[in-house]
Design a protein around this ligand. Structure first.
Ligand code: SF4
Ligand code: SF4
Length: 157
């Protein structure tokens, strides 16, 4: 008898907690029918900031500071080749065609990133930021190896 009363009392206590949450304000959303909107401080995968004068290219000057500051080796950058004057001046006036400094490749492995922010903090051009994307999910690890230059071009498209 004692055990029955104890069991009943435990059931009532559980239902009281369930009832309180059932009628309180909902704090989760029914994804994908709804998305969260309080992402101002959310740290999603990093992304490159586009150049204000040409949104199809990044602000990045390929200084490699983010690569050396990343504690997990999540970033890989290959510098764009700048033309030597002799290659760059095929015309009679010997005009040197300047190529802006920048990356030829900029890849990022989200599976290695610990969201520490050291890359963004140490970038001299403020060319890296955290995206507010909370829905970067996949069952395929390869999907988290991101080409950030391609992402800029896609966003432009
Ligand atoms: S630190 Fe900034 S400018 Fe330098 S390679 Fe990284 S993103 Fe580019
Ligand atoms: S947030 Fe940290 S771990 Fe992630 S890429 Fe930047 S420096 Fe590396």
């Amino acid at each position: 008898m004692g055990e029955d009363v104890l069991g009943l009392w435990s059931l009532v206590k559980g239902l009281r907690i369930t009832g309180a949450f059932f009628f309180s304000k909902q704090v989760t959303v029914h994804y994908p029918r709804a998305c969260v909107d309080n992402l101002a401080t959310f740290r999603g995968p990093i992304e490159l900031v586009p150049h204000p004068e040409d949104l199809s290219r990044p602000l990045c000057i390929a200084c490699l500071s983010c690569v050396s500051n990343c504690p997990t080796g999540a970033i890989s950058v290959v510098k764009k080749k700048t033309l030597k004057p002799v290659d760059a001046a095929p015309d009679e006036n010997k005009t040197v065609h300047k190529i802006p400094k920048g990356p030829a490749k900029f890849t990022y492995d989200y599976t290695l990133c610990c969201q520490c922010g050291l890359c963004a903090e140490n970038c001299p051009k403020r060319a890296i930021r955290f995206s507010g994307n909370p829905y970067c999910a996949s069952i395929n690890k390869k999907d988290f190896e991101l080409d950030l230059l391609e992402k800029i071009r896609v966003n432009m498209g």
